[in-house]
Design a protein around this ligand. Structure first.
Ligand code: VG1
Ligand code: CO
Length: 564
């Protein structure tokens, strides 16, 4: 069919600035006339000539408004000269799967429709982010360019006559003629590339034996919780069909829902409490795991809901990578973590003689190091773990990696952690989130901390609480110079570093869709005292953190909304 594109006049919207991971706003904002169109056109404007004849991947976590957004993307892409869109069936692709497809099919990039761990549904959040040709989230240079275009946009191109209804419901390719050019839409099985990759990385027969049990070894009972997010599709394929897990006893909430069943699809002790309670109540379970809406985060718990902090999870995996076929083949290069993540992995890097990097919060900062062959494994305290097998954090990969370590060591989750702490000591870590604070109040608090840094007399000062005293060794606002392209990223969080190695970190979230979320990270290292309760252990430092920031005074908040 011969179709023609048209030009639609528009005016800019304020605030289309991508945050830590794309543009996230309330669904109602994305529904405003021209809002989504403006942002999508701005992506194409920022990409410039590269768009002509290119192939892009499109998909997301299936949250409310994904279908409408997919249709908008298809029409605008066709009018901007894109050659082909590869779209997940029903618009479904996990964030790691998008990264995988971009890399395996060597295409220009991808548009991911997700607000990740933010709740979904008509009252909640939607999001769009762009991933570049290495499969990773666009770096600041690209998102800044997109943002600049959103501020000056006057028109967008679209092909209104292109019939998109039910197009993504059917697998296969459709070719259109738009302005005389071929435009192809290929709808693919969302799991095919990703499952292929996982089979190359891990030893599936061994993992199957672990999950099903053998004559020599009892069944290792897992409970995998997709929290009604996109991973359900992948969990069914990998855990149930490939690894032989029971659809009734080993997996739960594996049908993606556009509102995530009205739960907050964020795998932590607060929002995944249901999983924690179930594992606690059923002592036959040896491991529980949960993912976020778009499948890049993971939480691991052992028997009786023994909690593994993401910082420890990263360190344990770093220490045991050589039991995974992918790393046997490709070797283990350096490790990295985001700045607020506890430094447990640093000690593993030191012992193994590997390079170690500390980057700002957000997965986009790991990409260059991976592309340069200097980074194999990295993570964030926010339940993100991943490797250079792709360029996003990857929840299912993390669980398969943990199962590989368990299979190899033949130990429980708890024993693996205790053994690790015995060798390396333990980083006690907690994060306090104060969600939806008044933005002005949060900015004033950060300003107050900035002044404290500027005054310099904080260094050398001692703070005491509940019988413990800490002396400040250094205080700064974290800034990062990328070792590969030398780009500098400033203002990434206020750090107060104490003489005993403990740290207090303050930053504002860049993923919220309204108001401000203050994050306070508390990290303390103990060489000998490794079996205490983390919240008890960190209480004095938490109090000092509140005292230094005067958080209560600025925000009026008595308590955090989430503790992880
Ligand atoms: C949060 C986390 C960060 C993570 C980001 C995206 O960002 O702290 O570590 O990379 O979310 O995760 P912020 O700016 O809100 O602290 V996801 O799973 O929402 O894409
Ligand atoms: Co996510």
């Amino acid at each position: 069919m011969e179709l023609s594109s048209v030009v639609v006049q528009t005016t800019p919207f304020d605030g289309q600035k991508p945050g830590t991971s794309g543009l996230r706003k309330k669904v109602k904002v994305f529904m405003e006339k021209h809002y989504t169109e403006n942002f999508v056109q701005s992506i194409f404007n920022a990409l410039g000539d590269k768009v002509k004849g290119s192939t892009l991947v499109v998909g997301g976590d299936g949250r409310y408004f994904s279908k409408q957004a997919t249709n908008i993307i298809i029409r605008i892409a066709s009018a901007n000269g894109v050659g082909k869109l590869i779209i997940g069936h029903l618009g479904i692709l996990s964030t790691p799967a998008v990264s995988c497809i971009i890399r395996r099919r060597n295409v220009l990039g991808g548009i991911v429709m997700t607000a990740s761990h933010n709740p979904g549904g008509i009252q909640h959040d939607f999001g769009i982010k762009y991933n570049i040709e290495n499969g990773g989230p666009a770096p600041d240079s690209v998102t800044d360019a997109i943002y600049e275009h959103t501020k000056i946009i006057t028109e967008y191109k679209t092909t209104p006559a292109l019939e998109t209804d039910r197009l993504i419901d059917v697998l296969g390719s459709t070719t259109y003629k738009v302005d005389g050019r071929d435009f192809v839409v290929e709808v693919i099985d969302p799991t095919i590339d990703y499952v292929g990759l996982m089979k190359e990385i891990f030893n599936f027969p061994k993992l199957r034996d672990l999950i099903r049990g053998t004559e020599k070894r009892p069944q290792f009972h897992v409970l995998i919780d997709s929290m009604n997010g996109v991973t359900g599709v992948y969990v069914r394929r990998i855990f149930v069909e490939e690894l032989g897990a029971s659809p009734d006893h080993n997996v739960r909430r594996i049908v993606p829902l556009d509102n995530f069943g009205e739960i907050h699809p964020d795998p932590n002790l607060t929002y995944a409490k249901d999983l924690v309670d179930t594992v606690k109540a059923n002592l036959q379970y040896n491991l529980g795991a949960a993912f976020d809406g778009d499948g890049d985060r993971n939480m691991i718990i052992g028997k009786d809901a023994f909690f593994v902090t993401p910082s420890d999870s990263l360190a344990v995996l770093a220490n045991n990578l050589d039991c995974i076929p992918y790393f046997q083949k490709h070797g283990v290069h350096g490790f990295a973590r985001s700045m607020p993540t506890a430094a447990a992995v640093d000690r593993v890097a030191e012992k193994l003689g590997k390079e170690m990097f500390e980057v700002p919060t957000g997965w986009k900062y790991f990409g260059n190091l991976m592309d340069a062959g200097r980074l194999s494994l990295c993570g964030e305290e926010s339940f993100g773990t991943g490797s250079d097998h792709l360029r996003e954090k990857d929840g299912i990969w993390a669980v398969l990696a943990w199962l590989s370590v368990i299979e190899h060591k033949n130990m429980s989750v708890e024993d693996i952690l205790k053994e690790h702490w015995k060798i390396y000591g333990r980083n006690y870590f907690t994060r306090y989130d104060y969600e939806e604070c008044d933005s002005d109040a949060a900015n004033l608090m950060m300003h107050h901390l900035g002044q404290l840094l500027a005054s310099k007399d904080i260094v050398g000062k001692s703070f005491a609480s509940s019988g413990k005293s800490y002396t400040v060794r250094k205080a700064d606002n974290f800034s990062y110079e990328d070792p590969i392209d030398n780009s500098v990223t400033k203002n990434q969080g206020v750090r107060i570093l104490f003489e005993d190695g403990s740290r207090l970190i303050y930053r504002l979230s860049g993923t919220g869709s309204s108001g401000a979320t203050i994050r306070v990270y508390i990290d303390s290292y103990e060489k000998e005292n490794i079996l205490a309760d983390a919240q008890d252990m960190l209480k004095p430092l938490v109090e000092i953190g509140l005292q230094i920031s005067q958080l209560k005074k600025f925000t009026g908040r008595e308590a955090p909304t989430v503790i992880t």
